[in-house]
Design a protein around this ligand. Sequence first.
Ligand SMILES: Nc1nc2c(ncn2[C@@H]2O[C@H](COP(=O)(O)OP(=O)(O)OP(=O)(O)O)[C@@H](O)[C@H]2O)c(=O)[nH]1
Length: 938
Amino acid sequence: MSEKKRINEIAKESGFTNAELVEKARKLGFDVKSHSSSLSDFEGKQLITAMGSDKNNHATEKKAPAKKMPTVKTEKKADEPLTFKGKAVVIDPAILARAKAKEGNENSQVGQSTSTVKEDSKKVQIKIVASVEEQEKAKAIAEKVAQTNKAVERVLAKAEAVSARVDKVAATLTEDEAKKVTAVSLSPEASHQPKEASKKFLSNRPKIAIKVVKRAEEQPKFSDRPLKDRLKKEAGQVKSAQSQGKSVRHGQTARPFQKKTDQNAPRVQKTEFAPAAVDARTTANRRKGNKNRDSNRSEAKDNNRFGGGPLRVNDNRNQVRNARNSNWNAGNRRHGKNNNSPVTERKFFELPETLEYTEGMTIADLAKRIHRESAEIVKKLFMMGIMATQNQSLDEDTIELLLIDYGIAPEKKVQEDKSDIERLFVEEGYLNEDNMVTRPPVVTIMGHVDHGKTTLLDHLRKNRVNITEGEAGGITQHIGAYQIDINDKKITFLDTPGHEAFTSMRARGASVTDITILVVAADDGVMPQTIEAINHSKAAGVPIVVAINKIDKPGANPQKVINELAEQNVLSTAWGGESEFVEISAKFDMNIDALLETVLLVAEMQELKADPTVRAIGTVIEARLDKGKGSIATVLVQQGTLRIQDPIVAGNTFGRVRSMVNDLGRRIKEVGPSGAVEITGLNDVPQAGDHFAVFEDEKSARAAGEERFKRAQLIQRQNTRRVSVENLFDTLKEGQLKKVNIIIKADVQGSAEALSASLQKIVVEGVAVDIVHSAVGAINESDVSLATASNAFIIGFNVRPTADARDAAEREDVDIRLHSIIYNVIDEVETAMKGMLDPIFKEEIIGEGLVRETFVVAKLGTIAGFLVTRGKISRDASVRVIRDSVVIHDGPIASLKHFKDDVKELGNAQEGGLMIEGYNDIMIDDTFEAYKMVEIKR
Ligand SMILES: Nc1nc2c(ncn2[C@@H]2O[C@H](COP(=O)(O)OP(=O)(O)OP(=O)(O)O)[C@@H](O)[C@H]2O)c(=O)[nH]1
């Protein structure tokens, strides 16, 4: 059985190509289609034989490479990985044969190969030498490194390793690149290099050269080319932009440039493109006014990077990032707050000529208004002796001082003080004239003790209050005030007899009384409290209706009362005076109607009007705290109408009217002018005499109430200054007083009158003395109360204040002057009014001492060793030296010592040393008394 073989198998075995064999087979007449066609054993042999005869025809040409190649391969195997044209070769005899045949065909220069190899080897050597020469620096470095043998060996070893790596890299390179790289050592020609050449190659450290060559070639491959291109392109853009006169944004041009420059292989780019970059940057800088210092700094960094060497690519990249950041930063700063550009100077503002200020402005507010720094104002205030911080509120005086200092005319802004409810009582425009209606008079009953005030009030309440049927058993409630009807007209009575309430209310600035009924008992006549009541009424400018009471009594003498009242300047209209006189009997209801009609008449004369349409304002008559209901206040409505749920401010309290009860105990929903009601709903208890006002809403009521409370506390702390002889002149100077109010209390009427007449004669420009009250008797509480209400001071002539009055005066800070010589009184008041009152000092002896020893100290003087025999001797006292009962010296103490220590004072029975200022003649057994000058209150 003959075996069959495929042509490709024969080709493998014979070393011929499939095509050759197929072609030959066809020529021999075998039936073959391709290299996979089969031939019998015989045919195969025939084919080989035929091929063999052909081969012989070209023997030299083909065999030479065929035989040499394996040799080369063998050599290669020993030393290096098998490569062919720089590619790894698989060791397969058939492929090798085929490849060889192919190469033979391509070159057809088998005979010349040896010489070519030789030439190439020379080239390689020349090239190596050349490259070594070119890389002198590298050599130098290598030589330095190779100063020790070990180092040289290490370098050589490294070179070998690099060589191996180069081979590896070359294997992966493209054919062209491989050609370049292996031109030195890896070309097929080079592979034919003898071993000696290889050794020589190594000894000359060709690998280092190769390394350098490789680096030089790699550089452009990885970064140089594209970067160059980009740089060229962008530099071109910059140039073209410049040439077109376009503005080149720094951030757009300089930044990309930096990036390129940094990534580039150093020298080439620097020399080639730096000028363009500088141009671009210069342009940008010029446009920005050279503000961008950072960009210059980053430029310097760039320059430094140029010297960094090609191997620091990554480092450069980082720097590029930094440079980019710095550029961005620079760009941002241009727009941002941290601009490094020169600080813009504050625009100068002229000071205003006038400035409308509000009290309580802070320094910062003021600084803003006058366009000056707060610090400047703080400094200015400091120079003026005022320590303040910029957020501190300034008072009116300080603001005005400051503005005047700046040359600005201060103008206080008139602000509506919502918390100032008092203004509503005097403000024009709060009331509407068109809505005005007649209102009932508010009457207070005053008079001396037991003259029948309470009897009259009770009688009026019980018999005149219009109690309708079914109303609380006809019993009126005591709420502090009530209203009666008489001839369809109403009269409001304040239910507090005496003048305490009257004065206390007046002292609080409230003036609710329209008419005073002065009750004088016909059987008793004018008594001290009658006079006080008269004076109170006069001081308040309230008309008096005199009720001569108890005319039913057998001993009643109305005429006497009229006469006495005339002495007090209370004259009947029948006598040409201003007061109405009515003779009554409160107890027996005589002439009460006449009294009430007289009151109404007087009221009519007064033309008492009110506007019931406005929000209510009025005065607190009484107030108390009820355990169940809380704060309860009786308020007298003076204007407007008070309604349930009204937001209200009363004194320093606030709230909403929760309930209203009238004098009949009836719950009502509203009350008009001159009506008195008891209200609940206030957050605290107001005081009698406090004003109240209804607000538009609870919020503003609360705000006003709180503000008033705050201010009241402040005033309390400031301890309100009352007029006294000491501060009289200052008070007059401040323009607060046009009248000096004086209350005179004397031992006898004659003295009081004489004093009163003398004081009224004092003439001080623009000021008049007003004797508010002049009476006989001790200074009592009522005098103090009147003095408080009238801002007066009291002169006691040969009289003393009662203990209560003294306490009250101290409490209310009322000045009481006690004298026994009229001239002294007049002199004091006149001096005070002229502001010439000198303080009075009194000598106060604090202690005595006895000199027991004297020591003379050079340069110092005589020191007296002494014993304190009475009281104490203090350092700040003066001493009077007494010898044989005669005062021989009087002067201040220079030093006081206890043993060697300086002391402030020495007590009784203590010993010490003493020096007297300017006196050294002190002797043993001299005595001395120590005294101080103490200012005494007048
Ligand atoms: N005969 C007579 N007695 C009267 C009259 N009015 C009052 N009285 C009596 O006088 C005394 C004192 O009367 P009051 O009403 O308490 O006098 P007051 O002024 O209120 O006295 P004080 O409350 O102490 O200030 C009482 O006993 C009354 O009865 C009157 O018109 N005729």
